[in-house]
Structure formats: structure tokens, C-alpha cells
Ligand binder design. Sequence first.
Ligand code: ZN
Ligand code: CA
Length: 500
Amino acid sequence: MKMLWLSLLTLMMQVQSPVTAFPLQSPHLTTQPHAGPTEADQELAEAYLRHFYAYQPRSERQKRTVEDPDVNADWRTGLCEKVKEMQLFHGLPPNGELTQETLAVMKRPRCGLSDVERFGDTIRWKKSSLSYRISGYNLSIPASKVHRVFRAAWKLWSNVARVKFRKRSRREADVVISFYRGEHKDGSPFDGRGGILAHAYLPGFGIGGDVHFDADEDWSFNTTGFNLLVVAVHEFGHALGLPHSPDPGAIMYPSYNFASNNELQLSFRDVKDVQHLYGVSPHFASIFTKNPPPRTPDKCDPDLSFDAVSELQQELLFFKDRFMWRKHPQFEETGITLISSLWPDTVPSYLDAVYENVEKNLIVFFKGQQFWMLRQLNLEEGFPRNISDLGFPSNITSVDAALHFRNERYTVFFVGQECWRYNERQKTMEASPALIEQQWPGIPTPLDAAVVHEGLVHFFKGNIVYKFDLNAKRVISTGHANDLLDCKETDNNEILTEGR
Ligand code: ZN
Ligand code: CA
């Protein structure tokens, strides 16, 4: 790590120190996880936080200043604060504990660069025409294909920013791209299959701007293994001077996530960031007028609607496209994360409905004719299955929303103007549906989502939530669909000044 860290460290000192905006949680409030992490997981977490979050255990002398016997050892060393920082970056509930899902995110394949370095505005190439060279190539995949992938990756950036790239075969180049195995003399050895996939150096002389791929990975041109184009676009972003983005829709998000059949595109965030460094490409308007870069949904957008809403233990989950927000009653921050970062390769995007079966500790996802049942992070055997297995007639090809009643142990499915009642104990569907307008007067159809929250049923349709009182059998109030996502005035102002 030394060289990379040294360069990053120098930068940090020149530019600004990493942002640590999280107040120290009172140690007395911390609780031990029920089943604590294994020793191996604890070691993995410490290594991860050292590498990606600049974690340095507090010295013995510093530790003595917090000699309260109630304080657990991880708070004394400062580990938990770093766990919180990592959790906030990745949209996890920031409890500072090495929960199962926190560890799962730590184990996801990712880029080797840190998440907390701020490069500042000034780390960029001072010229707009850059050269690159591919060296040390010894993979089994054809070189011509690899060259084509790199050309396509550079083009994604030059389509939006005022910067050009030219390949050189011999002479020195600004960006040298290599595939390396293990230790490769830059102080940041690769780690074999999985883990770190690649890393890159910020613009500068010598190793500056260079990009290294882990030659031990199963590189591919499709969805098997790791897609080389996806990783190349990300690393080239670093070679241009971009840091990691906490926006999970951005190419510059540090974790590898590629499961879509969609064409790879830079997100709105990536485009803004690179244009900030290099200016706007003269081709930008003509390429993107029709099809602008995709924006990650914004929880404070007054027009925000949801695909599905569900409880999950203490949390409320709001699903939208590839993303979800997690509202935890204990934490002010409602983080956004990719659905795939919690349930990789299992739960699809653009869901229809989701509900939690508390009694059986299951969460059930619906999309089209299929449904997926998971116990915590793992898919149950035999899933996905067809919704006809629940007792729906074959003419029903999707559901709009699902509402689970914990105490009564049944689930109501909303389909168009009708609702179907499913008995979770007997695993049977009532023979015929009822009309929504009769069962739930005042509720619009078709619905987007439904969830029971604080004793009221929350029905979602477009950007409106209808709160239904079960005893009075009527809607007692309405509000913005995103009211529960804690949009503060300041958040709104930020969006406005971001230059829509
Ligand atoms: Zn990266
Ligand atoms: Ca690796």
C-alpha cells in the first residue's frame, strides 16, 4: 500500500482532511450485536477499514482517556466510528456494529481505492488531449477485444467532458494500463480472485494516471465474471481525477455492481463531476438531448413515487428502480443503497411489491409473474416461483402491492381494482377477490405500494400517501409519498443549487 497511501496522504494534507461529520455516539448507547462477528470477520473488517476508510487504531495513551469499563473495546480503538462512516457511505443503518449485512457489503468485490479521500478540485490533467498505452498484457482473452473495450470506456468520458484520448503502442503515455497478479511493485498488491478488482492513480507524473487490473479476476465482456468495461470506465474516472462517489447510481461508486442488461452509461453525478474538472464536451448536447444521463432518484423530489414499500424488522424499506431507502427508527439519516448491494444476484430491480412475513422471518419480493422469498440475505430454495403457486388464477400476471398483517397472519394482494386475501398459516388464497373500493374505501387504484406503519395502513399512489385507519375504515389523512424519508429544507435547497 505504501506508495499509493503516501501519494494519497500527501494529497490529503495539501487539500483537506477527510470529512468526519459524525458526532461521537455516546458509548453507553451502544449495544453488542447478539451473535458477534467471528474473529475472522473482525480481522477482515479491520483490514477493510484500514484500507478504505483510513482507520488507525487509537494508541494506548489515547485509549486510556476513555477508560469507562462500559465502553466496549471497539469503541475505545475508534473502530466503531469507522464502521459508522462506512455504513453511511453505503446506505446502511449507521449503528457502528459489524452486522451481518455490513460484513456482506465489506465482502463485495470493489475498487482498491479509498472511499474517504477527497482529492479536491485541482487534481486533474492540465491538458485536454491524453495518451494511453496498454502494457504487460498476458491474459487469455483476445487483445483486440480488450483494446476495443478500453476505447469504448474512454469514449464514455470524452462524450461528456472536454478531453480526448489517443492510444499509443510504444512511446511513454500519460495513462499506462496493465494487468498484474499479486504484488506488482507499487506497494498495493492485488489479492487474487474477488476482493479488489483494480486500482488507479490520480493524474500526475510517473505512475500518476496509471490503471492496474487484477489479472487473477475472471474478466469478461458480458455478465459472467467481472465485466471489463464496467471496471475500466470506473478506473479511468480515477485516472481523470475523480474520487469515489457515495451515489450508488454512479459509475464512481466503489463497489462492483453490474447485473443489468441496459447499456452502460455514466450517471448524472459522474457527468457533473467530470465536467466540473474538464468542461463540457462540444458533442455533449447532440448526444444527450434525447437521452440524458440517468439520475439516481432523489428522496426529496416532490414527484417521487415508489415501486414497493415494506417493513423489514425495525426498518421501513422504500423501493424505487434499482435503489432503496432504509428508514431506521433510531437513525436520522435515511440512506439510499442499491437493492443488489444487500441482496446481490437475487432480488431484481423495478419491483412490483414487497412484504415481510415476520412470523416466519421471511421477506417476499414480487415482479411480474415471479416471486422471491428470502430469509435475511439468502434466497430460499426453489425460488423464484410463479405467483400462480400462491393461488392466483393464470390471468393475473403481476401484483401492484402487498400488505401483510402481522397479528392476523394474512396478506392482502392488490391487483388492479381488486384485492386478494392470502392466509399465511394455511397457505391458501381466498377463492375470489374483493373490490378495493368496497374493502378500502377512498383508496385510488391501481396502487403502487402499501405498508402498515404505526398502526395505520399507508397506501402509495404516485407522489401521494393515503393513511387509512383500520377501525374507522377510512382515509384519515394524505401527504407526500416521501414524507417518511425526512426531507429537510436544506436538502431541497441543495438540489436546487445543484443546477437542474
Ligand atoms: Zn474506485
Ligand atoms: Ca482481486
